[in-house]
Design a protein around this ligand. Sequence first.
Ligand code: AMP
Length: 284
Amino acid sequence: MEMKLCDTADSLKLAINNFKSQGLSIGFVPTMGALHDGHLSLIKQAKANNDVCVVSIFVNPTQFNNKEDLEKYPITHEADKAFIDKFCDLVFIPRGEKEVYTSDYIPAEIELNGVDKVMEGEKRPGHFEGVVNVVNQLFTLIPANKAYFGIKDFQQLAIIRLIAKQKHPHLEIIPCEIVREEHGLAMSSRNTRLSNKERKNASIIYNAILSIKINYPKYSLSTCVSQAIDMINAVDGFKVEYLSICDHYSLKMINEWHETDKPHACIAVFADKVRLIDNISIID
Ligand code: AMP
């Protein structure tokens, strides 16, 4: 099947109804574009496990708390289409915000159990509200069987599970492993904004959180965390914004290892002005 492009909500609706009328199962991958191998791994899984794969590319302004981050977000639609056309059956690239936030759009009311208040939620006020609204709306526009999300955005994934459970109970959320560059840096569209030197140095982020996993439980949580922070802050131009250890399931912060059976480390780092996030499960 040749990849179809829809840029309006109406043409999307027609195309989705066409799939549904043929009884085809839909795997959906929402993205903001500037696609890389991390996105491609989600798209390949969606294609392998469903009859059709639908991808959306939309830089949702309401989830950006930082104007410069939004303005600098890379837009590479032509390259993106060429990159995915072998694996994707339909790509939705709305020609304007109104094609997502259609006239019948209603902001979602989801009980987030405080998951939105910590880490990314605390540092990026309003971010998860934007994520909840756009994802809920995309799930409404694209009633898929399965939707694929990267563990790279660990806290976002937890929130998306809550959206699906409360508003789209028939939709299955499929978590996908983090795809990394050769030296460990988690792939991200924002990596294109790093200089060559910063990109090389940024492998320290993964090495630092990996060191926590290696040192667990020999050293205390606070020792592991402060060593990891020091490793990163020692690199010229790098500054840890937060490094938190939480419970893998509830995302509640912990201060001592014994507080959970399944600790998870989440980190945000500024490499100059570029904000990078990563995370790791401390126990597999
Ligand atoms: P984004 O375009 O950054 O909004 O990402 C779209 C989807 O791709 C989200 O579910 C991300 O978690 C996922 N994703 C982004 N980077 C990676 C990566 N390096 N490995 C796996 N999934 C990723």
